[in-house]
Design a protein around this ligand. Structure first.
Ligand code: C2E
Ligand code: CA
Ligand code: CA
Length: 590
């Protein structure tokens, strides 16, 4: 009979039955060694017992504290014959209570794989029996054959496990998830089926920051927390990276899905990851799929698209797939397709937003902010395409375009206004900063437009800084040699980078507009703004506030000692022509 994982139990019973018949025995059994729990487990027997007690005293027997016969099974390395007499009381009691009789004569043959006793084949005879050497030889041969079956079955089970499970977390993998979803979404199955796509967010930056081992530990901890809190409600799969998928058991509606999404997000939020603070933002995309109407991969993709929109929009952690999500996803793919051409045929435009000294009202700098004049979709804000550029390796090309155009524009302004004394602030993507030859590129562009390095500020985010700290340090040092200065943008939203501030040649911090926005209102983010200003002072850095929309906010900033500011109160970002007009005046009254 050919044996594999699926029919192994049947094969074992058939084997035991044949052995009982041909050796004229009363019973035969096969026991398996569970090394992890140090127990021996009954996996087949002949003849089958009736009226077996629950729990069956013969089923799982721990080696520790077992009678000498069961204990011997742990490291049996040759055939053992036992004449069961009154001396082995524990053994007799256990066997008698489970089967109603005790064999007088017992033979145990080990099945050895590698150096371990993986199984034990046992035979018993009610009355005493003498065994011949030929019989022993036959039993050894049978044991060797059974070992082969065992090894094959175990390998098959391991293979099946690793083909359907994620190695790192032990959760179901993508293939097994899709199989499961195909079952749940088959025609005439009861539904709907709620699928939740969970993205941990900033995982890449995190593992670069904390090291890959810590990143792996974070994923494992997330998997454990999800299993603990939603494991009873949903099947949990890991797709790789920081992506998990939950499929709610049984028919579920959007309400169930949202509740589970909240529970899952709470489980993630409560994870204690040293060094990681408010920047951690997990998102969930929900898709409610109706059996017979949508294919498994399509349903999963919808949840993925919704999660992506949640991530890009930034104002909601949980987004359910709708027609509007569909349209936004289409826009994203459209952008992906057309962005490269847009960069090359100059469909991008730069807007410029002045920054002023709140005391003198003089314009001290302008920030170059990119937009895309899209042929059918109008003027697109950077949020609509910068994330796409970063996800598709276009960030470098886009960044080069911005650097070139912004410095050329500054050169043109300087020609019109010979006394112009302002800096150009240019945003830099993480990908540009880590790209080879960035310093050379900046040097060439400066020279091409006859601009001093000291007239250029580059704004980088904390995420960029932590990606590869040593490389970043070298790049920033190279830029400093050119006289170019560096500001950390959106300060306060990222990783706690105090140690980086000390290690890196940085010149200024820009207080994120989220903190500036509610300045002037009672209880606002004054504490954060104060601490950024204090931090800048103690490191000898400049500090600039962005997003100043009200006079109250401006006055609060002046009170706190921050006098450089940018925001709608002074001016929105404007075209190069309008910016030149502002620069001609030179000051902006507020
Ligand atoms: P950011 O560097 O923090 O730029 C400031 C953003 O705040 C700009 O949005 C600006 O229009 C907006 N803003 C300025 N003052 C106010 C205000 O008073 N209130 C409010 N609510 N908003 C204000 P924008 O132009 O949409 O740019 C968004 C982000 O896109 C930028 O944030 C920057 O991270 C990125 N970005 C823009 N241009 C570029 C670029 O050329 N390269 C790269 N890598 N990123 C860019
Ligand atoms: Ca900026
Ligand atoms: Ca900013």
């Amino acid at each position: 009979m050919s044996a594999d994982a699926s029919n192994a139990p049947v094969v074992y019973v058939a084997l035991l039955r044949d052995l009982v018949n041909s050796f004229e025995l009363d019973i035969a059994f096969l026991r398996h060694t569970d090394f992890e729990n140090r127990t021996t487990v009954l996996i087949a027997e002949w003849p089958p017992r009736t009226n077996v007690a629950h729990p069956d005293p013969l089923h799982t027997v721990p080696f520790d504290g077992a009678d000498p016969i069961f204990a011997a099974a742990e490291s049996l390395d040759s055939v053992l014959t036992v004449c069961v007499d009154g001396g082995i009381a524990d053994y007799r009691t256990r066997v008698e209570s489970a089967s109603g009789f005790v064999p007088q004569s017992l033979v145990a043959v080990p099945l050895i794989a590698g150096a371990a006793t993986v199984e034990v084949l046992g035979f018993g005879k009610l009355a005493g029996r003498d065994w011949t050497e030929d019989e022993f030889n036959a039993l050894r041969a049978i044991a060797a054959l059974t070992t082969q079956v065992h090894t094959r079955v175990a390998a098959e089970e391991r293979f099946r496990y690793s083909a359907t499970h994620d190695e790192q977390t032990g959760l179901v993998n993508r293939g097994a998830l899709l199989d499961y979803l195909r079952g749940r979404l088959a025609d005439h199955t009861s539904g709907p089926v709620a699928i939740l796509f969970l993205d941990l967010g900033r995982f890449e930056a995190l593992s670069n920051f904390l090291g890959h081992l810590a990143g792996d530990e974070y994923i494992a901890a997330a998997a454990r927390a999800l299993t603990r809190d939603v494991g009873a409600t949903a099947l949990i799969a890991r797709l790789g990276g920081d992506e998990f998928v939950l499929v709610l058991h049984g028919p579920s509606n959007a309400h169930h899905a949202h509740l589970t999404a909240r529970t899952a997000l709470d489980a993630i939020r409560l994870l204690d990851v040293p060094g990681l603070d408010r920047s951690r933002r997990a998102t969930v995309g929900i898709s409610i799929a109706h059996p017979g109407r949508v294919a498994a991969d399509e349903a999963l993709q919808r949840a993925d698209q919704a999660a992506l929109i949640a991530k890009v929009n930034g104002d909601n952690d949980v987004v359910q797939f709708t027609d509007s999500v569909q349209r936004q996803s289409e826009l994203r793919s459209d952008i992906e397709i057309h962005l490269r051409t847009a960069i090359r045929n100059d469909s991008l435009v730069l807007y410029f937003q002045p920054e002023i000294d709140l005391i003198t009202k003089r314009i001290t700098a302008v920030e170059a902010l990119v937009r895309w004049q899209h042929p059918h979709r109008g003027l697109l804000p950077p949020a609509a395409f910068i994330p796409v550029a970063e996800a598709t390796n276009l960030a470098g090309e886009l960044g080069s375009w911005v650097l070139e155009q912004s410095l050329r524009t500054l050169g043109e302004w300087a020609t019109s206004l010979p006394d112009l004394d302002i800096s150009m602030r240019v945003n830099v993507s993480p990908a540009q900063l880590v790209g080879a030859g960035f310093v050379d590129e900046v040097e060439k562009v400066l020279r091409r437009h006859s601009i001093e390095g000291s007239s250029l500020w580059l704004e980088i985010t904390e995420v960029a800084v932590v990606r590869d700290i040593e490389h970043t340090r070298r790049t920033l040092a190279g830029l400093r040699r050119l006289g170019v200065r560096i500001a950390i943008d959106d300060f306060g939203t990222g990783f706690s980078s105090l140690s980086h501030l000390k290690a890196l040649p940085v010149d200024a911090l820009k207080i994120d507009r989220a903190f500036v926005a509610d300045l002037g209102f009672a209880g606002g983010d004054l504490a954060i703004v104060d601490s950024v200003i204090g931090l800048a002072a103690s490191f000898g850095l400049d500090v600039i506030a962005e997003g100043v929309e009200t006079l109250d906010a401006a006055n609060t900033l002046i009170d706190r000692g921050c006098t450089r500011a940018q925001g709608y109160l002074m001016s929105r970002p404007v075209s190069a022509v309008d910016a030149l007009a502002l620069l001609r005046v030179g000051t902006i009254d507020i």
